[in-house]
Write a protein that binds this ligand. Structure first.
Ligand SMILES: [Zn+2]
Length: 342
């Protein structure tokens, strides 16, 4: 069995993957068909596959914006979410914390209650039909500023859906310092949500320090630029702050110039707990299985090493202890059956 097949069959958890950013051509075709006549996005799967073939960062933004535009009502939210769970099930992803950005859909006039109900419906169906456990991280799109922070914390705290475990901050880092969003994180944390902002993807270690000190970050989205500050690396290692590393995304967005220069090996060497994630998989032409293969090459790992990396995602997750034990036991059983993989 090849390492590729081993990874495909391995039960996995994913901690950094975006809701709209996970819409595969198949899902977008369904959404486009629902809104035919009022969208420029093709509903034909073959045309869509071409539309989706990753070219560069501008193309990613174009596709992303066009999918955001297609999520107009609660039924779209339900279809998108359940469709993502189907794609995850095909990769043997058993648990995912999906980063959802309610702000743009709410702006279209979807009521908070309807938005949350659609997500929760899809979550229950996914767990029942597909064996995929979904949890939510509601995140603020930084580029929409404090107004988006206020709107996002309102739906998070007032609706408090059962599946919501954390509060995040995405979008650009440049021009949007993390401390600007402190009041919203304070409120979300006071309501019991974990803090998981993006930081140190495109800007330096100071942004990661800000995320830790000002936003109370328990995990960091990306955080790869931490390599430039030995004291920060020590801090992350000592406090067990998990980095959600997304190698192909970093290459696609230009956060790293080449995979050969990716800081993942240096982070591991410094003892920082890392996990492997896909970020916006179809839009970057990847999926979680591929990211594990990329990480295995970067770190020189065989099957056993990849299995340990997959277990780190369970440890770093916000699932309950019973679920953690169950999923880890499943992973161990799978690894035990495939000890011959080199
Ligand atoms: Zn992200």
């Amino acid at each position: 069995m090849s390492l590729e097949n081993f990874i495909a069959g391995l039960p996995k958890a994913e901690l950094h993957v975006h809701h709209v950013g996970s819409a595969s051509p198949r899902i977008v075709a369904e959404l486009a068909a629902r809104h035919e006549g009022t969208t420029a996005v093709p509903a034909d799967p073959e045309l869509l596959a071409e539309y989706f073939t990753f070219r560069d960062f501008d193309h990613f933004i174009e596709v992303y914006v066009s999918v955001v535009e297609l999520v107009r009502d609660a039924e779209d939210v339900r279809m998108l979410t359940y469709g993502i769970a189907e794609d995850m099930a095909r990769q043997n992803i058993r648990y995912a914390e999906l980063t959802v950005t309610p702000y743009f859909t709410l702006l279209k006039g979807v009521a908070d209650e309807a938005f949350v109900e659609a997500l929760e419906d899809a979550r229950h169906s996914a767990e029942r039909d597909l064996g995929v456990m979904l949890r939510w991280c509601f995140d603020i799109p930084s580029e929409a500023g404090p107004a988006a922070g206020e709107r996002t914390v309102r739906i998070a705290v007032d609706q408090a859906p059962d599946g919501l475990v954390s509060f995040g901050l995405g979008g650009p880092e440049v021009g949007w310092p993390r401390p600007l969003f402190k009041p919203f994180f304070d409120e979300a944390r006071a309501a019991g949500l974990h803090s998981v902002p993006h930081a140190g993807e495109t800007t330096g270690p100071q942004t990661v320090w800000d995320a830790l000190r000002e936003l109370g970050a328990e995990r960091i989205g990306h955080g790869i630029r931490s390599v430039h500050d030995p004291r920060l690396l020590e801090h992350l290692a000592e406090h067990g702050i998990v980095l959600e590393v997304c190698p192909t995304s970093n290459l696609a967005t230009g956060a790293v110039a080449s995979l050969a220069e990716h800081p993942l090996p240096r982070l591991v060497e410094a003892g920082v707990p890392v996990t492997v994630n896909s970020d916006d998989p179809p839009m970057f032409g990847t999926d979680l299985n591929r990211e594990y293969l990329v990480a295995a090459r970067l770190l020189g790992l065989g099957a056993a090493g990849v299995g340990e990396l997959a277990k780190a995602a369970v440890r770093g997750s916000f699932m309950g202890d019973a679920d953690k034990s169950r999923l880890t036991a499943e992973m161990d059983a799978y690894m035990g059956e495939h000890t011959f993989v080199s």
